[in-house]
Design a protein around this ligand. Structure first.
Ligand code: ZN
Length: 108
């Protein structure tokens, strides 16, 4: 597998009080991960020497969605991938709230 530019991100998302992971691609249409051969029957596998056209869905996202993000996060040493500062409080239950968000915005 060839490395692509850093368009691929693992995201930690709080949605309705639950922590979820996701994998996203922010590449433009002409990025290597979004190019495919023009003929549909050639799109299962191709080499860098073959002509491709832009605008396809990202193959990295397709791969990760095919096996699930849990099974994709292997082969990496056990380390903290991200550490988010939080406040913690107790009001009829433990509440963790992020202090800062990934886009630099301060949590309300
Ligand atoms: Zn991509």
């Amino acid at each position: 597998m060839t490395a692509t530019e850093n368009y691929h991100h693992v995201n930690l998302i709080i949605d309705q009080g639950e922590l979820h992971r996701s994998f996203t691609c922010t590449a433009p249409e002409d990025a290597p991960c979004r190019r495919r051969p023009p003929e549909p029957e050639e799109r299962e596998s191709w080499t860098a020497e073959e002509a491709t056209v832009p605008g396809a869905a990202c193959w990295a996202v397709e791969w990760v969605e095919a096996v699930g993000i849990e099974d994709s996060l292997r082969g990496y040493p056990d380390r903290v991938l991200a550490s988010v500062p939080v406040t913690i409080s107790y009001d009829e239950g433990v509440e963790i709230e992020p202090v800062a968000l990934a886009d630099g915005e301060v949590a309300s």
